[in-house]
Design a protein around this ligand. Structure first.
Ligand SMILES: [Zn+2]
Length: 457
């Protein structure tokens, strides 16, 4: 169910001190978190958070101590451990919290292959963590808050293993003033009012990476766009509702289109949040996308981004990354999905979009290595466009029938796990790609900086 296969490949022979070469986050070694239960009490005005996080974990190494990622803006009050198996007596000897790491030492080591639960109470004024990509994580809005953590801002609001290749299920409960609406990943299970507050409980039964967990607080009106097998709901400021309905009129049709092309929608519900504030770019979370007021002006200006964000539910959120080096797998597919949407909705062949963007790439510096662009260029537009060109080159190589069959089988076998470029390459081979031609494609698009000829020319 979880990303055990790859997690184990990456982590079962850990080298202490090794860190993520993109985010600089030191790996937390020796365990997997299987479930996060987050109980948050949040006051919007003072931006005050009081929280208890209960992490269901298992160990793959003996653990005398363990570490988790947590922002220094939050103060840890208490940490306790409860063993499930084996039922040995272990307690927390001490904990310390510095340099964005919470370190917990036990009275006796937790053996390998144990199942246990760590409960952490903490509080503070959550704020985004600084990164080379700007501010990440929990952020105050002019009237509420949002969370957008890619790539490593999850630690801004809860203690976690802040790495893309570890996935867990979640229950997120948030209590706040009843004048606000709270939105989080997955299904809303209850919204119980008590006095002037309401406690909102969300459940995410599909495993997700820490950076894809989110909480949105604002004065939103709920809009149901579809109550079909995959419900589609939106939370929108009342003043933006008419413009939203105009711009997102195709949202359900997009979901149907991608379901046909990529296979079943991977989560139980798709939620869209439009904030009162403007946002530079829309943001992705598991089963949920966040747009700014500027993306819903009623002029259809951002239809491609509405499609792009939805497609991340397959590419990026269900099929996660083993390491950030492979970011093109997320963004290349999401960009190609935009072109596919216009192919289906407006009759504009993806090949035509590909050609336009190929010419755009040709006019830009050719010094980016798609297979490993480096942290500085991780979100460079060339990663998106050149990544989409790889997908287009595969389609050209395989032909439509084999390409779309390959796509569905690649998506199905990587579901709720993590993928690496070799998984896509193997899927293409299995779909009948000529090995030598595939090798040339791979080398020229991924492992050299020079722009190869346009596919098929
Ligand atoms: Zn994207």
């Amino acid at each position: 169910m979880t990303s055990k296969r790859t997690s184990q490949r990456l982590r079962s022979t850990p080298v202490p001190g090794v860190r993520d070469s993109y985010t600089g986050v030191d790996f937390n070694l020796g365990f997997h978190v299987r479930h996060y239960d987050l109980e948050l009490d949040y006051a919007v005005g003072p931006n005050r958070l009081r929280a208890t996080a209960t992490l269901r974990m298992d160990s793959y190494l003996e653990l005398e101590r363990l570490t988790l990622d947590l922002s220094g803006a939050l103060q840890v009050k208490q940490v306790s451990v409860r063993m499930f198996s084996p039922a040995t007596q272990v307690e927390v000897k001490r904990f310390s919290h510095r340099n964005l790491k919470l370190s917990v030492t036990f009275t006796t080591p937790i053996p390998a292959d144990a199942e246990f639960e760590l409960t952490i109470t903490y509080q503070g004024n959550p704020r985004p963590v600084r990164s080379s990509w700007g501010m990440l994580g929990w952020e105050e809005l002019s009237n509420g808050s949002l969370v957008a953590s890619q790539p490593n801002g999850a630690r801004s609001w809860y203690p976690c293993d802040d790495t893309p290749d570890e996935k867990a299920t979640y229950r997120i409960a948030v209590t706040t003033a009843s004048t606000y609406t709270v939105v989080a990943n997955g299904h809303l299970r209850s919204a119980q009012r008590s006095g002037a507050s309401t406690r909102w409980v969300y459940e995410m039964p599909q495993p997700m990476a820490s950076y894809l967990a989110t909480v949105q607080v604002g004065q939103y009106e709920k809009v149901e766009l579809s109550d079909a097998r995959t419900p589609v709901v939106a939370y929108v400021p009342r003043a933006l509702k008419a413009d939203f309905m105009e711009d997102f009129a195709q949202q359900v049709a997009m979901l149907d289109c991608y379901t046909e092309l990529f296979g079943p929608y991977p989560f139980g519900i798709y939620t869209v949040v439009v904030t009162e504030d403007e946002l530079e770019i829309p943001l992705e979370a598991a089963g949920l996308s966040i747009f700014g007021a500027n993306h819903a002006r009623g002029d259809h200006a951002w239809e491609r981004l509405i499609a792009h964000e939805l497609s991340h539910q397959w590419f990026g959120n269900s099929l996660g990354l083993a390491q950030w080096d492979d970011i093109w797998l997320n963004e290349g597919f999401a960009c190609y999905a935009e072109w596919l949407w216009f192919e289906h909705s407006a009759g504009k062949p993806a090949a035509e979009s590909a050609k336009e963007h190929y010419l755009g790439l040709a006019a830009k510096p050719q010094d980016l290595l798609l297979a490993n662009p480096g942290p500085k260029d991780m979100f460079d537009d060339r990663v998106y466009k050149r990544g989409a060109m790889v997908v287009h080159a595969l389609r050209t190589l395989l032909g439509d029938d084999a390409f779309f069959t390959m796509l569905r089988s690649y998506v199905a076998s990587g579901k709720h796990s993590v993928v690496e470029p070799m998984d896509l390459r193997n899927a293409a081979l299995q779909a009948g790609a000529d090995p030598q031609a595939l090798d040339t494609l791979w080398q020229s698009w991924l492992h050299q900086t020079k722009l190869p000829p346009f596919p098929g020319e």
